[in-house]
Structure formats: structure tokens, C-alpha cells
Design a binder for this molecule. Sequence first.
Ligand SMILES: [Fe+2]
Length: 249
Amino acid sequence: MRSEITRRQFKGTAIQSLLTFSLLETLFGAELFAKDIRPVTAQWLKELNTIAQDLKGTKLTQGQWKNQCEKLFNQVNLRDLLEFIDFDGRISQTPFREKGERAIRFRFPEVEGLPTNLIFGHQIFKLKQGQSVVPHGHDNMATAFLVLQGSFHGRHYDRLEDTESHMIIKPTINDTFKRGDFSSITEQHDNVHWFKTTAEQGYIFNIHVLNLNNGNSGRVYIDPNGEALNDGSIRARKISAAEATKLYG
Ligand SMILES: [Fe+2]
């Protein structure tokens, strides 16, 4: 009897030690890996936050912010960023929407050196082939896209003029955007964009800096398939989010 218990106890303890050891080893390994990769992306996000702060504090003009934002996006370590945001976890597992983009909100991991109250907003758009981040302009904000995976047909337009019912837009960028490609938007340049997914799946990392001036920040949906004007610009009808999704989502 005694030896039975002892053997069971011994067996239990041995298994427990084995589990503890292997678990510790796994955690230790993960932690080491995380420490290796995290400073790069944390520093990159910190710099994005600094330029967002400078844009809101008017230390940077919108044009200067655009240059600096694109410079940072050009330097991104995509593998690090994907690890940092746990791309293979919740983000890749979140379902697609029936139409239009699935916007995934998430928190960055808390790491040393990265402020927890970031000035800029961020999200990931997830789309399947044929779906679009539907055509829209922006009020009172600056924003940028970085393709994390897949490919897109990305169209941009300058927002030249607004009436109650229409927006006069002029095509600027009309290009293929693949993994690592990016674009940025200010009130002065490329303020309207439209991204149609051309791969089986597409993921976009989006940042936005709101409330640059007084007034509301947000999207203004349009139908870019409007009346072509003589100077190459388009008279685009302002539409609801629902209609934009129905037409282009
Ligand atoms: Fe946008």
C-alpha cells in the first residue's frame, strides 16, 4: 500500500516536474524571442507617435508629417510588426465581413518605451478578394495605410472642392499595392482613397491622427464613378456608408 502511494506520488511528481520544466522552457523561449523582436517595432511605433504629436501640436505641417510618415513606413520591419501585433493569432482568425472591410481594433502589447496612450489611432482592415475599403475622403484628419499581406488596387484622388452634394476629385495615385507598400493622406494631398483587394486575402495596417483642427473628424463616402470634367477631375456624388458598401464593398 505504502509503496503503491509512493510510486504514484513519485510518478505524479515526476510528470509535474516534466510539465513544469517544458512549460518554463516554452515560456522562456517565447520571452526571449519577444525581447529580441519587440524593441524594433516599439521604437517604430514610438516614432509614429512623436510625429502624430508634432502634427497635432503644429510642430509639423501636414506635408512634413506625410514625408516623415512615409519615411517611417518605408523603414518598417514587417516581420517584427506582425509578431508584435500577434497577426497569426486573433487577427488572422477574425472572420471576413460579407461586404466591405472588417475593421479589427486591438491594443499593442505593453512594452517598455512605448507610451500606453498613443496619439494616433490604429486598426487593421481585413478583406477577401474583390472586397474594397470603399471610396471615401476624410475630414479633419491625416491617415496612412500599410499593406501587411495580399495585394490591392489602390486609387487615390486629391479632394479639390466640396459642395453640399458632391466632391470634386482629381486622380493622383492609381497603382498596385503589395505587402510592404504604403500611402498616406492629408487634407491637401490624396485625401480620397479606395483599395480593392486583388489577392485571396488582404490585410492593411491603418493609422489615423484625428482632430487636426476644430470640428469633427471622419469619412465622407463618395461615388468616384461620376461626371468627368474637362480638366481631368471628377464630380463625385457624396453617398452614405451603406450605399458605398453596396456599390463597392
Ligand atoms: Fe480612409
